[in-house]
Design a protein around this ligand. Structure first.
Ligand SMILES: C[S@@+](CC[C@H](N)C(=O)[O-])C[C@H]1O[C@@H](n2cnc3c(N)ncnc32)[C@H](O)[C@@H]1O
Length: 235
């Protein structure tokens, strides 16, 4: 326990209730299963990275596994990619949305992702070597857009665990996002199904309806851990 506390403090991470033993076990599994590196091992490695990062920072990650192929499809299909000149992804994690976005977005459109976890940035870069990823917080999106000479964007694809965030952080992220999303632009984000019954999830739904002119909800994607749906919001 003390070793885990020391390592977290050294890395500037908040201490979680999970022990050093958890991390050692995950690393041992990684070493045992990751040789030789093939697609299956790569995907297993990604899942372990996700789980490990969740154990270290549960409220930043908000999920124990990357989004499933069905949820990825529902998310990317919520945008009209032919109409998009500039898009940003929030919180790519291990890059499952990023990979699908790169297949859909027009080659001349501008696209980048913002991810605050170093480990997740590396995982996304491994999966999508062509993607531009900024290791930063999405609260700094306006500064990043300015650096990229972008005044506004048409689309924001979010993988953030909104319902796990405290109210002040939700407000900060939403306010900074509204400075870069153009009027009529689309914002999509997923939410876990159980969140519909929980106060934080209900609060987030109300926030979306009071911010955007149109808010739609996809059908529940049952093949996801946990089941989820996509909010598609138009400013
Ligand atoms: C639930 S994971 C989703 C990952 C991926 N989009 C998926 O669906 O599998 C949330 C991701 O958001 C990132 N994240 C959380 N807060 C963030 C912030 N303020 N700025 C940038 N990334 C953030 C986390 O590090 C994590 O990788």
């Amino acid at each position: 326990m003390y070793a885990s506390k020391y390592l977290n403090e050294k890395k500037g991470l908040p201490n979680s209730k999970f022990s050093f033993g958890h991390n050692v076990a995950i690393q041992a599994l990684r070493i045992k299963f990751l040789k030789p590196l093939n697609k299956e091992n790569f995907l297993l490695g990604e899942k372990l990275t996700f789980l490990k990062t969740f154990l270290q920072q549960p409220t930043h990650i908000g999920a124990v596994a990357p989004s499933s192929p069905d949820l990825v499809r529902t998310m990317v299909d919520s945008f009209d990619w032919d109409q998009i000149d500039a898009a940003i992804e929030y919180g790519p994690g291990t890059g499952v949305f990023t990979e699908a976005i790169l297949k859909k977005i027009r080659p001349e459109a501008k696209f980048f992702a913002i991810e605050q976890s170093k480990e997740m940035v590396e995982a996304t870069r491994q999966r999508c070597p062509d993607a531009r990823i900024f290791e930063d917080s999405v609260t700094n999106v306006q500064e990043i857009c300015q650096q990229q000479s972008l005044q506004s964007v048409d689309a924001i694809i979010s993988g953030l665990p909104w319902a796990a965030f405290p109210d002040v952080l939700q407000t900060e992220i939403m306010d900074s996002m509204l400075k870069v999303l153009r009027p009529g632009g689309t914002f999509s984000t997923f939410a876990y199904w159980q969140g519909l019954a929980l106060p934080a999830g209900k609060r987030f739904g109300r926030r979306l309806r009071s911010t955007f002119s149109k808010v739609e909800r996809s059908k529940t994607v049952w093949k996801n851990l946990p089941p989820a749906f996509v909010y598609r919001c138009v400013l």
